[in-house]
Design a binder for this molecule. Structure first.
Ligand code: ADP
Length: 303
């Protein structure tokens, strides 16, 4: 059997999006227009990103035994993600995000984590079963002890933590991290330093290096990303595109980075590839559906 490249431990949600002329007042019922459902959750998005790029990716996650769970299983399978370690709970519903988008494009979001909050450290240990994959990738939409279990199981692998959404991390976890990929907000919340320019990026990265993380990549949206690690530090510019929807750009970046590092690429090559994959994901609507294929990234690099 082909070796697993990326073991992804994370969340999967169904996003329920309704468009309305404005947001309702408390107690008001408002008539909106279109309603759409989108597979989401940072774990599922990053798994799809790596799988669409051709990586052998297994997702360790938990869904409910409901229609949203079935639908997410379908979309993950369609992306090429290995779903044999996706647990199904019979009592709690699949995680959902209720999103209202108003006519000006602003949104309000209420998330029910559902089964994502139930994925346990024991289930992670069981899913790894001694074959972790070359890269293990996790985020923070599942319990912290579950993320720590993923990191511990990754002792022989490269452990990438995308620390999203922002929350404080214990030093014991940061020490186990090979590569951490915060965006500006997450870097600010982790270090107290808002990375706006070269000096503040360097200060935020050094704060994370001093806590024991080995490589730091602060993603800066349309301004690219800042890298710091054992071989120095540098800024990588963004790949120029005309973005139409930047949802899940960070997910595309972390998924693609995992794919590259699992193939044994240098950190520099993996970051450059991830920057192109993330940029291309902003040129299409949606999350999982906007992730590019390997040949689309190659074609963009040739132009
Ligand atoms: P998040 O989605 O987690 O907030 P960022 O917005 O920092 O993450 O985006 C992650 C990466 O996606 C960036 O480092 C960059 O490589 C790419 N990216 C994001 N926005 C753009 C853009 N407007 N143009 C080109 N690349 C982009």
């Amino acid at each position: 059997m082909e070796k697993l490249e990326v073991m992804l431990v994370g969340s999967a949600n169904m996003d329920l999006v309704i468009r309305a002329p404005r947001f309702p007042e408390p107690g008001e019922t408002l008539t909106g227009s279109t309603f759409q459902t989108f597979p989401g959750g940072k774990g599922a998005n990053q798994a799809c990103a790596a799988a669409k790029l051709g990586s052998r990716v297994k997702l360790v996650a938990k869904l409910g035994s409901d229609a949203f769970g079935d639908s997410l299983m379908g979309s993950l399978t369609e992306c090429g993600v290995i779903c044999s370690s996706i647990y199904r709970d019979t009592d709690v519903s699949t995680g959902v995000a209720l999103i209202t988008v108003d006519d000006s494009g602003q949104n309000t979001i209420v998330v029910s984590p559902g089964t994502n909050a139930l994925l346990s450290a024991e289930e992670v240990d069981q899913a790894f079963g001694g074959s972790p994959g070359k890269v293990v990738l996790s985020q923070l939409e599942i319990p912290l002890e579950t993320v720590i279990a993923a990191a511990q199981n990754a002792a022989e692998s490269v452990f990438i933590l995308n620390p999203a959404p922002a929350r404080q991390l214990p030093d014991d976890l940061v020490k186990l991290v090979d590569v951490i990929t915060p965006n500006e907000t997450e870097a600010h919340s982790l270090t107290g330093i808002l990375p706006t320019d070269h000096a503040s990026c360097q200060a935020a990265a050094e704060a994370l290096l001093s806590r024991g993380a080995k490589h730091i990549i602060i993603t800066l949206g349309g301004r690219g990303c800042y890298y710091a690690g054992p071989n120095g530090h540098r800024h990588f510019p963004a790949f120029p595109v005309q973005p139409i929807d930047t949802t899940a750009a960070g997910d595309a970046f972390s998924g693609a980075l995992a794919m590259g590092l699992a193939r044994g690429w240098s950190m520099e090559s993996a970051i450059q590839f991830a920057a192109v994959a993330a940029a291309l994901s902003t040129t299409k609507m949606g999350a999982a559906s906007s992730m590019p294929t390997f040949s689309e990234v190659e074609a963009a690099l040739r132009v």
